[in-house]
Structure formats: structure tokens, C-alpha cells
Design a protein around this ligand. Structure first.
Ligand code: XMP
Length: 554
């Protein structure tokens, strides 16, 4: 399946392209996160996000789900007939890179405004509403980008809980110069005469700014008011419903079929595997490749949970491929090359196992939403090639892919894990990248360096847990720099490696801030690493946020 290639981000003034290929075109990708009617025939309340190509589409859906209202993103090509059939409580038009007055831009048939379904338009979506209903949209004399002071009309239902003067996130070059007849303007900035508008009688609302991004200080209140007060949602959707619904869908889809899953032991693939095991038990086979780049003791821990002694019903195969990986990585220092080798080797090992198993009906991947976007931001903007997106589909003989977590953010995956009864220590396990310690060892990977970073990381995690900080932190780990420096230990000169400690706070892993770990804890960790881990004579703490850094070192 090939996702749409978007044009340059005109609305934000940036040139970003979004394109990736997931599987062979002949294969169908099964989007498990799909709306279905309840068995009793009653449709559950749902809001649809109609995607016009903006950057924050899934973020809007996530914000709506945070209001306990089920939400799905669909392309703007979804027909009005289909929308009516789905019977949503509301529709949100997203932003997008185009100008509404370009004929080639994505538009929607005007009848949607007569369907009696509440609509909220955001950025391009707001301009589309204005343009479709007879207002004027023009290129703004000055583009607004970033934090912007907005004055709102508090008599608007959207803004009733919001300060009169609030801060919103703007990202546009076009703007609504004149609202359509019957609409009233409900927010302004010095640049934007129509920063928000509404026609309550027709239940149509629009904001030029993005209420879904965190930089819009009170955006969540606006979205809440839209889904509760305008759409009339009860807000009774919970992650438990997602889990139940997904299990039901998997059973229905898989039938008697055979399913294969690549299990890494990380949070995402573990949640995906448990979801599948609950749905179809022994029809599921999980292959766990120990590439020798796992955290200390992790291989055995994964086997203890998912292997024959563990609580789950599934077929578990562990492949010990450590030496094979170390051989392949000998002499390789370039981060992308390392990632590619680790990813490719994973595919080779998996292919060998898959051949032994023979044809399967479904392949499961634990892909989550941030993996999709970070791997997919076009050629010039590939930040890191996440090896859990793509690859396997080409070597496994299967009919369809199941990606049950594809539309979820990390914290939502954790919630799903808890719903599934997965133990907390597994659910709150530190996120661990597919390429493992390979991207936490800067430069060449050797067995010795793996041992150093495993031991240092183990100590770090142990001390963080002892200090009671483990649940509050987004992600923390030790990495190994490729710097060696001179030190003195006892009466001897040393020339050893420097370990870098990293800890960040983040809610979605797309941006992150360095965590302020108390000095006493850092001192304790440093002293233990120096004393207990052979080959290390210096420990550093990384203060960089993301951006400009990334969370991992490579
Ligand atoms: P970065 O380093 O890109 O990390 O800021 C963001 C989050 O993604 C994880 N990460 C990966 N996860 N495969 C994965 O499954 C990968 O190739 C990969 N690279 C980074 C990282 O640990 C952090 O949680």
C-alpha cells in the first residue's frame, strides 16, 4: 500500500513530503483500527477526522480519543455516502499544504454542510469551509507561524473555558479574509481577521490555529467543548473498548488462519503479541530474534514471559543470532549503515525461520504511529530508518498484514497493554529501539562494547528505580560514546571509554526535554559505573532536548 504523496506544506510555509511504501502493492494492508458496528447493531459514538494532508492528523484523533471519544482518520476522498453510513457524531477537517483556491487542491462536496453533522475545520480545513460557503480566502499579507496571541469571544461554545487572550499555534500563509454569510467571527489576531468563526445554527465551527498541538495552550478545552457540547458525545469510550473491539476484529479476520509475529520484547511488539494471543491463541507463532544487542538479561526475560513457561498461549521460537550480528557489524561506524545492517540481518534471520514455518495467512507488526511518520518523511527528511516499518513483508509468504497498534501513540499502547493485563513492569519497560544497543554504541559495535553498555545501563536503571524515578521518566538509558580519554585509578593511568547517560521527558517521543535527575542519583550512578564496569573511566550526562537532538544517539 502506498500512502499519498503530499505536496509542499504551503499552509505552514515548509516543504515537506510524505511518502512510503509498506508492502508489495498486490497485498492488502489490513488496518485493524477500523470502524465497525457493535454486535447489537448500535453504532458507537465516533468522530471522523477528514484528512486534507496536514501534519497533525493523527494528533487530532489522539486528542479526541483523550476526550474518551472514539476517533478515526480517513482520507478526504471518503464519500459522503460512506460518512453518512458511519453515522459520526462530528467531523473534523484537518489542515493541509494547499490553497483552497487552487483547483487541484483537495476539496469536498458542499452537501457535507447540509448533512446535519457538526463540523470543525482546522487551518486549511477552516479555509475550506469559508471558501465552500461563500467567504473569501486570500494569501495573508504576513504569514503567521508559531505561538500567536489570539483574542477570543468567550460567548462561543468552543471558547467558554478559555482566557480572553490566549496563545495558539498558527501555521499558515493563506487566511480567511471574510467569513461566509451567517457566520460570526469568534477569534482574531493582529494579522488574522478571522482566527475563528462559527455558525452555531448549522453546527459548523472553524479555527485558523491548531487546537490539537500542545503549543495551543488551551486547545484541549476547545476540542472538549466541540466533542461534548457541539457534537453531544457522552465520552464513554475507553482503551478497554479498543482492546475488546480489536480482539473481536482479529478473530473475525483471522478465522482458522495462521499468524506470524516478530517479537522484540519491547513494549509495542509485546502488546501486539498479547493482543493476538488473546484473540487466537496457538494459531499465533512468535519469532524472537536475539541479535546480541539487547539490554542485560533481556533475552531470557522475554523467553520467561512469552516462552512455554510463560502465561500466554502461543508458539514461541527464540533464535540466538548474536555472533552473526557482531560479524556483520565489524568495522561499521556510520549510523544509517549500522541500522540498515541490523534491519537487514533481522530480515534474513526471520526469513530463514519463516521458511521453516511455511506459508502463513497473516503477518503481525507492532508498528506504532511515530514509527510511521519518522520513517516516512520523504527522501530529504528521513530522520532515522526505523527497521520495524517494512522489510519483513517481502520475505514472508503471507496474505495480509495486521498492525493493531499502527494508529496509536506510545502512551496509548501502554494503556492498551494494561487493559490486556500485561504486568506493569513490562508495560512501563523503557522503550527500546529495534536496532537495540547497536544505536546506543556510537561508532563500531563490538561484543566488548555491548557488555560495557549493558552493564552500565543496568546500573543506571537500577539506581533510577531505587530513587523511585522510573515511572515519572519518559525514557532513560546509558549509551557508549566512541571517545576514550585519560583518567587515573589508584596509582595507574587509564585510557578508557566514556559512558553517556540520557534521560528525557516526553509525551509522544516526537519532542522531548532533558529530565532533571537529582545530582545525588547521578553521582551514585557515576560512581557505581566507574567502579563496577571495566573499561569505563568517565560518565557524562546528556542535556540535549529533541529537537535538536534525537532521543537515541544514532
Ligand atoms: P529518536 O531517537 O528517533 O527516538 O528520537 C524516538 C523514539 O523511537 C525509538 N526508536 C526506535 N524504535 N525502531 C524502533 O522500534 C527504531 O529503529 C528506533 N529508533 C528510535 C527511540 O527509542 C525513542 O523511544
Amino acid at each position: 500500500m502506498r500512502w499519498p504523496v503530499l505536496g509542499p506544506m504551503r499552509a505552514s510555509g515548509m516543504a515537506i513530503f510524505f511518502s512510503f511504501t509498506l508492502a508489495k502493492p498486490s497485498r492488502i494492508t489490513y488496518n485493524i483500527f477500523k470502524y465497525t458496528e457493535e454486535e447489537d447493531g448500535l453504532a458507537r459514538e465516533m468522530v471522523i477526522v477528514l484528512d486534507f494532508g496536514g501534519q497533525y492528523n493523527q494528533l487530532i484523533a489522539r486528542r479526541v480519543r483523550e476526550c474518551n471519544v472514539y476517533c478515526e482518520v480517513h482520507p478526504y476522498t471518503l464519500s459522503l455516502e460512506k460518512i453518512k453510513e458511519m453515522n459520526p457524531k462530528g467531523i473534523i477537517f484537518t489542515g493541509g499544504p494547499n490553497s483552497v483556491y487552487d483547483e487541484a487542491s483537495p476539496h469536498y462536496q458542499k452537501e457535507i454542510f447540509e448533512a446535519g453533522i457538526p463540523i470543525l475545520g482546522i487551518c486549511y480545513g477552516s479555509q475550506l469551509i469559508a471558501w465552500s460557503l461563500g467567504g473569501t480566502v486570500e494569501t495573508a499579507p504576513v504569514s503567521e507561524y508559531g505561538h500567536t496571541k489570539v483574542e477570543v469571544d468567550k460567548s462561543s461554545v468552543l471558547f467558554q473555558d478559555v482566557e480572553f487572550s490566549t496563545v495558539a499555534w498558527m501555521s499558515h500563509t493563506d487566511y480567511i479574509a471574510q467569513a461566509p454569510e451567517g457566520f460570526r467571527v469568534t477569534a482574531r489576531t493582529p494579522v488574522c481577521p478571522v482566527a475563528a468563526m462559527e455558525c452555531p445554527e448549522r453546527r459548523i465551527y472553524a479555527t485558523q490555529f491548531h487546537p490539537e498541538v500542545m503549543h495551543t495552550k488551551e486547545g484541549h478545552k476547545m476540542l472538549q467543548r466541540f466533542v461534548y457540547d457541539v457534537c453531544g458525545c457522552a465520552g464513554d469510550w475507553q482503551m478497554g473498548s479498543f482492546v475488546e473491539e480489536t480482539i473481536r476484529q482479529i478473530r473475525e479476520k483471522v478465522g482458522e488462519g495462521k499468524v506470524l509475529c516478530a517479537l522484540s520484547g519491547g513494549v509495542d511488539s509485546s502488546v501486539a503479541a498479547v493482543l493476538l494471543s488473546k484473540a487466537i491463541g496457538k494459531q499465533l507463532t512468535c519469532v524472537f530474534v536475539d541479535h546480541g544487542l539487547l539490554r542485560k538479561n533481556e533475552g531470557n526475560e522475554v523467553e520467561a514471559v512469552f516462552g512455554p513457561e510463560g502465561p500466554y498461549e502461543l508458539n514461541f521460537i527464540r533464535v540466538n543470532a548474536q555472533q552473526r550480528y557482531y560479524e556483520k557489524l565489524k568495522g561499521i561506524t556510520e549510523p544509517e549503515q549500522k541500522r540498515k545492517i541490523i534491519g537487514e540481518e533481522f530480515i534474513r534471520v526471520f526469513e530463514e525461520e519463516a521458511k521453516k514455518i511455511g506459508a502463513v495467512d497473516f503477518l503481525v507488526q507492532g508498528t506504532i504511529y511515530p514509527d510511521v511518520i519518522e520513517s516516512g518523511l520523504g527522501k530529504s527528511a528521513v530522520i532515522k530508518s526505523h527497521h520495524n516499518v517494512g522489510g519483513l513483508p517481502d520475505v514472508v509468504d503471507f496474505k495480509e498484514i495486521i498492525e493493531p497498534l499502527r494508529m496509536l501513540f506510545k502512551d496509548e499502547v501502554r494503556k492498551a497493554g494494561l487493559e490486556l493485563g500485561i504486568p506493569e513492569y513490562l508495560v512501563y519497560r523503557q522503550p527500546f529501539p529495534g536496532p537495540g544497543l547497536g544505536i546506543r554504541i556510537i561508532g563500531e559495535v563490538t561484543e566488548e562494547k555491548v557488555r560495557i553498555v549493558q552493564d552500565a545501563d543496568y546500573i543506571y536503571r537500577e539506581e533510577i528505580a531505587k530513587a523511585g524515578l522510573d515511572k515519572g521518566l519518559g525514557q532513560y538509558f546509558a549509551g557508549l560514546t566512541n571517545m576514550r580519554s585519560v583518567g587515573v585509578m589508584g596509582d595507574f593511568r587509564t585510557y578508557d571509554y566514556a559512558v553517556a547517560l540520557r534521560a528525557v521527558n516526553t509525551s509522544d517521543f516526537m519532542t522531548a526535554e532533558c529530565a532533571q535527575i537529582p545530582y545525588e542519583v547521578l553521582f551514585k550512578v557515576t560512581s557505581r559505573i566507574i567502579n563496577e564496569v571495566k573499561g569505563v573511566n568517565r560518565v557524562m550526562y546528556d542535556l540535549t532536548s529533541k529537537p535538536p537532538g534525537t532521543i537515541e544517539f544514532e
